[in-house]
Design a protein around this ligand. Structure first.
Ligand SMILES: *Cc1c(COP(=O)(O)O)cnc(C)c1O
Length: 430
């Protein structure tokens, strides 16, 4: 990840006044007003620490969805060309903002489908087993959907999953993967590996990886390198183009706040985007836009250059509209400022938990600034589910992963230090 200037951990204090002071010094405090905050029983907002799972709704999302409903209602099919944002080219409103989000060049990012579908599309192009080079390397713990996608691609190509899949596991008794183990595996097995597919931030442990270093190491062994950014988009500062990442996929409903089942993201490096002859699963929306509506007159598929050429179907306008609201906020605030706040707020939460002698919690997320994002994963030593339920009933929204991990993710766009302070007190039963 991009090394952070704010990597020296400030000296924290555990009292409430200190939490208030951090809020008063927070330049991003006002961003909270751009979001609708869930409330219980109609009064106080809940303490929402679940933005790693489903981010909150930007107020402007409602307006953007309504605009499209109005366009549909008043223009019908003509909205494809005559709406304020013509549907025909709706995905192009993300061309610049989507690229800036992940450190890409315009044209390297397209918003389409959802994460797993995009992963399938990328594997259909980039997983080209060739003689002894037929394996896919993944990290563990692995998100099931990614694993299923990979397994089924192997089946499609007649490769036994037991032979084809290489997973690097954390060592016995450890929760996080050692990057050195991952690099050693790439070094040893690299020649047999077609695609290295890793999570930039692990969903379960919150561990962040050194994307440029691992990418370069695997490419030096001749592998294609793809990153799952489900927990990294909107969380970490990324420079996918400069890091020479081959492809990446993500969803936009977690840190990106674009709503349930939001349209996902896909990055294809320019060096591949130009190669219109690459095999892919095609559909009319990936075709040259000048020819898209010539229908039966165009019998051959000529993909548009860039990530756009991997689009298949015409885009779901109603689920793209909230993404506009979301990306506008990320573009205004910038990932750098968000990351700076994260590097204060998440260590602050860790501090509050660790200074409580009897919390019964173990923070399994790495401590080093370059190896974590917003999320802290907490292993509960005893009665994990009861602890989680206690948290819920006290108005803190977090999530629970069987058998004993509570995930909390303070989001720099809408959480306050005072909320973190209150949540930590409840968590630690102070
Ligand atoms: C959230 C998440 C997904 C979700 O996949 P969808 O296709 O968007 O439902 C996939 N992979 C990882 C690692 C995730 O964290």
């Amino acid at each position: 990840m991009i090394p952070s200037a704010a990597s020296t951990e400030p000296a924290f204090q555990a009292d409430e006044a200190f939490a208030r002071r951090l809020d008063s010094e927070d330049h991003l405090f006002a961003c909270r007003r751009a979001f609708e905050l869930p409330r219980r029983d109609g009064d106080e907002p809940v303490i929402y620490l679940c933005g790693n799972s489903l981010g909150l709704m930007p107020s402007r999302a409602r307006q953007y969805v309504e605009e499209e409903l109005d366009a549909w209602s008043t223009l019908g099919v003509d909205a494809h060309f005559r709406a304020k944002t013509p549907w025909y080219a709706y995905h192009e409103v993300f061309r610049e903002t989507g690229a800036r989000l992940v450190g890409a060049q315009a044209g390297e990012v397209v918003m389409m489908n959802s994460l797993t579908v995009n992963l399938h599309l990328m594997l259909s192009t980039f997983y080209q087993p060739n003689g002894p080079r037929f394996r896919i390397l993944m990290d563990a713990p692995t998100f099931p959907s990614d694993l299923y996608a990979v397994q089924t691609h192997m089946q499609h190509r007649g490769i036994q999953v037991e032979n084809g899949l290489v997973q690097v596991q954390p060592r016995t008794g450890e929760h996080c993967l050692r990057e050195s183990d991952l690099l050693a595996m790439i070094e040893e097995e690299g020649e047999g590996i077609s695609v290295v597919l890793l999570s930039a931030v692990n969903f379960l442990t919150g561990q962040a990886f050194d994307v440029p270093r691992i990418t370069a190491a695997a490419q030096a062994r001749g592998c294609i390198v793809g990153w799952d950014l489900a927990h990294a988009a909107g969380n970490m500062e990324l420079a996918l183009h400069d890091w020479n990442v081959d492809f990446a996929v993500w969803c936009n409903y977690k840190y990106m706040n674009a709503g349930p089942g939001a349209v996902g993201g896909c990055f294809v490096h320019q060096k591949h985007g130009r190669r219109t002859g690459l095999p892919r699963l095609a559909g009319w929306w990936g075709n040259d836009p000048k020819k898209r509506f010539r229908m039966q007159l165009e019998e051959s598929f000529v993909p548009r250059a860039g990530a756009d050429g991997w689009q298949v179907s015409n885009p779901p306008i109603l689920s793209m509209a909230p993404l506009r609201a979301s990306l506008e906020i990320f573009d205004e605030v910038g990932m750098h400022a968000l990351r700076r706040k994260t590097l204060r707020m998440t260590p602050y939460m860790r501090f509050l938990i660790e200074q409580s002698a009897e919390s019964g919690l173990e923070v399994i997320t790495p401590r080093e600034p370059d190896h974590h994002g917003c999320q802290l994963s907490l292993r509960v030593r005893e009665n994990a589910r009861a602890r989680f339920e206690m948290l819920e009933s006290a108005g803190v929204v977090a999530d629970f992963r069987e058998p004993d991990v509570i995930r909390v993710a303070p989001a720099p766009l809408y959480n306050t230090y005072h909320e973190v302070w209150r949540a930590a007190r409840i968590l630690c039963r102070a």
